[in-house]
Design a protein around this ligand. Sequence first.
Ligand SMILES: Nc1ncnc2c1ncn2[C@@H]1O[C@H](COP(=O)(O)OS(=O)(=O)O)[C@@H](OP(=O)(O)O)[C@H]1O
Length: 345
Amino acid sequence: FPKGTFDQQTSVRKYDAQDNIQDSVRLSEYSRVAQPLRNRTDFVTSLSSVSPKFAWQMGHPQQQMLGSAGTGETVSRGGIPVSNSFGSKTFPQAIIIGVKKGGTRALLEFLRVHPDVRAVGAEPHFFDRFYDRGLEWYRNLMPRTLEGQVTMEKTPSYFVTKEAPLRLCAMNCDTKLIVVVRDPVTRAVSDYTQTLSKNPGLPSFQSLAFRNSSSLDTIDTSWSAVRIGLYAQHLEGWLRHFPLSHFLFVSGERLVADPAGEMGRVQDFLGLKRIVGDKHFYFNQTKGFPCLKKPEGSGRPRCLGKSKGRHHPLIPPEALQKLRDFYRPFNQKFYHMSGQDFGWD
Ligand SMILES: Nc1ncnc2c1ncn2[C@@H]1O[C@H](COP(=O)(O)OS(=O)(=O)O)[C@@H](OP(=O)(O)O)[C@H]1O
């Protein structure tokens, strides 16, 4: 599978940390290429050729799976792929629903270190883009799990998709929902940086964020990079279908400053033993972010790929200040609704 290809020589699942668009392109490649190849021994080679770029290597034995989105259809025994029929595919009991550029990939990869978490590597985009493919299609994307293991996926666009709450509740209203939130101003710049990296001719940040970039008077809320940061508005839609107790709001800032502390909260929320902690992280000076230490006895330390933790372009301070002022009341409302002060103001 695109997000969980397998290197036969090192027997380590290789993970390519890419962004949403590439994720979904690869997901459709997966549907087309991987499904007919299930249980065939040339599966590994075929899928490796789909994703030649490897940025993240995971070494946990339970993660060293291949096939069906790293779903455990096939495991390696001494480099030879064999069919894995242990466990069953269940709908996710917990989903990281947002927010885009909040730190959702870091959270999922940190969670995957936990032996009782099994997750789809790519973003399935089921509740926004591929809903017409049906629930069985979705369930089939999931990794096989054993009793007591938690099945997870992450698709950050769910949080801002109007139809997603109703659809997700139709699958299971007891699903636990995790939202990684980040200062909406920095989040908007991060979002812009990602688009700029694909389209270097993009107009300036301020000409997209404001109706009139010379006066900086009116914020353009139709620009998705701005709109996504209106967390209170999006949360309102979700609270019509799920009680607040089903949500965990993770601070994107704390996930960087204190990953072990934030992971403690997440594991508690998921009802998991606190296994992922201080000893799993180190701060990588070059990357400027926490990375995972190498698994005992093997592998390399693992940082997220270069599409995570990009350098942001310089934005005029007055534009950032206007945005900060704009978001303040929405942030206050969000703190009130979530019962947590994220300290962005
Ligand atoms: N450990 C670690 N390593 C690298 N990056 C980290 C980490 N923890 C959080 N982050 C922040 O994650 C931001 C990307 O967020 P997402 O993974 O949610 O992006 S996406 O929506 O899936 O595209 C990314 O945003 P940018 O810094 O703007 O690139 C990072 O700030």
